[in-house]
Design a binder for this molecule. Structure first.
Ligand SMILES: NC(=O)c1ccc[n+]([C@@H]2O[C@H](COP(=O)([O-])OP(=O)(O)OC[C@H]3O[C@@H](n4cnc5c(N)ncnc54)[C@H](O)[C@@H]3O)[C@@H](O)[C@H]2O)c1
Length: 431
C-alpha cells in the first residue's frame, strides 16, 4: 500500500503539486528526482554546486532544496529563499547549512545519518584483510611487472584481536562482520553499549590499545576525539600492530602516525580521512603518509558506494515528502520533532465550499517559543468556536511547532487567525 504521505493521486490538494518546485544539487542520486516527480512535483537538478549568483536564482522560487556537502546555505542565502519550506542534506553532515537561521525561519533540515553505515563497515573489513596480506604492496609490485610469490609478512586474520574505538552504528557493524571472520573483538566506547556476539567491552582506551592486534576508529569528530591517537597512544599499541581511521581526519595525529610507521612501531595503516582534504577533484593531495610502506590511502570514500548514495536519496526524500505532504518533522536536525499521522477525512467532513468528504485541514504553525503564545492561539481558536480534532506540539530552543487538525469548514478562518499572532514565524495549511 502506498504510504499516506506519498499518496498524491489525482485528487486536488491544498497547493497544486506541480507548482511545488524542488531543486536538487551536487548530483543527488537520480532516484531522488524520480521520487519527487512521482509525486507530481517540478524538479530541477544540477550535477554541481552552483556559484552564489546561480544558487540565489534557484532559491528564489524553490520550495524544497537538496544539497550534499559542498553547497553552503548561509543565513543570507536562506533569506533569499522566501518560499523555502525545507532543506535536505543528502549526506550525514549538516554543518554546511546555517541550522539556527533555518530554525528561526521555520525551515526543517533533514539528513541521512545512517544510510552509509554498511559501506564504511565493509571498507573497514576489506582493509583489515588487505593489511594482514600486504595486498597494497603486492598489487603495486605486480603493476610494475614484479612477480613475488613469497608468503613472508602475509598473515591470516582468524584469531586476531580487533580493537574497535567507538561502538556506534559503524563500530558495531564492523564487530559483527569481524567475528564472522573468526576475529576476537574488543571495544571501547564512552557510553555503555550492548556487546554484539562475543565482543567484549574494555574500560579504557589504553587497555584496548595494549590488547589489540589491529585498531579501528569509529568515533565522531568532537573535542573528546581530537588527536585521540597521537605519539603516546601509538606507543601503547603492540609493536607492528595496524591502525585504521575511517572516522574523521582530526582523530589521528598524522605526523605521529607517519613517524610510528617509519620506525616500525606501527606495521601498517589504512586511512580514508585526513585533517586537511582537497576541496575537489583535481586538487593535489599531500600527507606525511604518502609513499609509506603498507599504508592504504583512500580519498574519503568510506561511505561512497552507489548503493549508499541511492539509500541516502530514498531516506532523505521520504523525510522531505513527509514534511511537505503531512507536516511531520521526525528526523529533522534543527526544529522540534513531531511524527504525524495522515490527517484523514470522513464522509461528513465538508470544506468551506460545501464539498463533502474533504480531507481534514491541517495547520502547521512554527512560532517563537515565548511564554503565553499558546494561550494566545487557543484563545483565538476558542473565540471562533472552531472544532479541533487533533493537536500536536513540540518546542526546541527558541522555536515551537504546533500542528492542528481542524474541520474543513473551519480551516481558512483558523489559518487567518493564527497568521495574525505576532509570534508566528511560518504557517501553512494542508488538505
Ligand atoms: N569515511 C567515511 O566516508 C565516513 C562515512 C560515514 C561516517 N563516517 C564517520 O564515522 C564515525 C562513526 O560514525 P557512526 O555513524 O558509527 O557514529 P555513531 O554516533 O553511531 O557512533 C559513534 C560512537 O562513538 C562513541 N564515542 C564518542 N566519543 C567517544 C570517545 N571519546 N571515545 C570512545 N567512544 C566515543 C559514541 O558513544 C558512539 O557510540 C563518525 O566520525 C562519522 O563521521 C565516515
Amino acid at each position: 500500500m502506498t504510504p499516506a504521505h506519498l499518496s498524491g493521486g489525482n485528487s486536488p490538494t491544498s497547493f497544486p503539486k506541480d507548482k511545488i518546485r524542488v531543486v536538487l544539487l551536487e548530483g543527488v542520486h537520480p532516484r531522488g528526482a524520480a521520487m519527487f516527480k512521482g509525486e507530481g512535483f517540478s524538479v530541477e537538478t544540477s550535477a554541481k554546486s552552483p556559484d552564489d549568483a546561480s544558487l540565489r536564482k534557484m532559491l528564489a522560487n524553490a520550495h524544497v532544496v537538496g544539497i550534499r556537502s559542498k553547497t553552503q546555505l548561509t543565513a543570507e542565502l536562506l533569506e533569499a529563499a522566501p518560499r523555502l519550506l525545507t532543506v535536505g542534506c543528502f549526506c550525514i553532515g549538516t554543518d554546511q547549512v546555517d541550522l539556527s537561521a533555518a530554525r528561526t525561519k521555520g525551515i526543517p533540515v533533514f539528513n541521512a545519518p545512517f544510510s552509509n553505515t554498511r559501506s564504511v563497515a565493509e571498507l573497514t573489513l576489506c582493509e583489515i584483510i588487505a593489511l594482514y596480506r600486504q595486498l597494497h604492496a603486492k598489487s603495486l609490485q605486480m603493476h610494475k611487472g614484479e612477480w613475488d610469490k613469497s608468503a613472508a609478512g602475509a598473515h591470516g586474520v582468524r584469531g586476531r584481536t580487533l580493537g574497535i574505538v567507538g561502538y556506534g552504528h559503524i563500530g558495531s557493524q564492523v564487530s559483527v562482520l569481524a567475528e564472522a571472520l573468526g576475529m576476537r573483538v574488543i571495544y571501547f566506547d564512552v557510553q555503555s553499549k550492548l556487546p554484539l556476539g562475543n565482543a567484549r567491552s574494555v574500560r579504557t582506551l589504553g587497555e584496548l590499545l595494549k590488547d589489540a592486534d589491529i585498531v579501528t576508529l569509529h568515533v565522531p569528530n568532537d573535542a573528546s576525539t581530537h588527536n585521540m591517537i597521537g605519539a603516546k597512544q601509538l606507543k601503547m599499541m603492540k609493536p607492528g600492530a595496524f591502525l585504521i581511521n575511517n572516522a574523521r581526519g582530526s582523530v589521528v595525529n598524522v605526523d605521529a602516525l607517519a613517524a610510528a610507521l617509519k620506525d616500525g612501531q606501527i606495521g601498517g595503516a589504512a586511512v580514508d580521512v585526513f585533517p586537511v582534504e582537497p576541496a575537489g577533484k583535481g586538487e593535489t593531495f599531500t600527507s606525511p603518509l604518502c609513499g609509506l610502506a603498507n599504508v592504504i590511502l583512500t580519498p574519503h570514500i568510506g561511505g561512497s558506494t552507489e548503493e549508499a548514495q541511492e539509500t541516502i536519496a530514498v531516506d532523505v526524500v521520504e523525510k522531505l515528502l513527509k514534511f511537505v505532504n503531512v507536516g511531520s518533522t521526525a528526523g529533522a536536525v534543527n526544529v522540534p520533532q513531531v511524527e504525524l499521522p495522515d490527517q484523514g477525512s470522513s464522509e461528513d467532513d465538508e470544506d468551506s465550499r460545501g464539498k463533502k468528504g474533504s480531507r481534514r485541514h491541517r495547520i502547521l504553525h512554527f512560532h517563537k517559543n515565548v511564554p503565553g503564545v499558546l494561550s494566545k492561539m487557543h484563545a483565538i481558536i476558542a473565540g471562533m468556536g472552531a472544532n479541533i480534532s487533533g493537536e500536536y506540539l513540540r518546542t526546541q530552543d527558541d522555536v515551537g511547532y504546533v500542528v492542528l487538525d481542524v474541520d474543513p469548514t473551519d480551516g481558512e478562518k483558523v489559518l487567518a487567525g493564527l497568521r495574525a499572532v505576532p509570534e508566528t514565524i511560518k504557517v501553512r495549511m494542508l488538505w
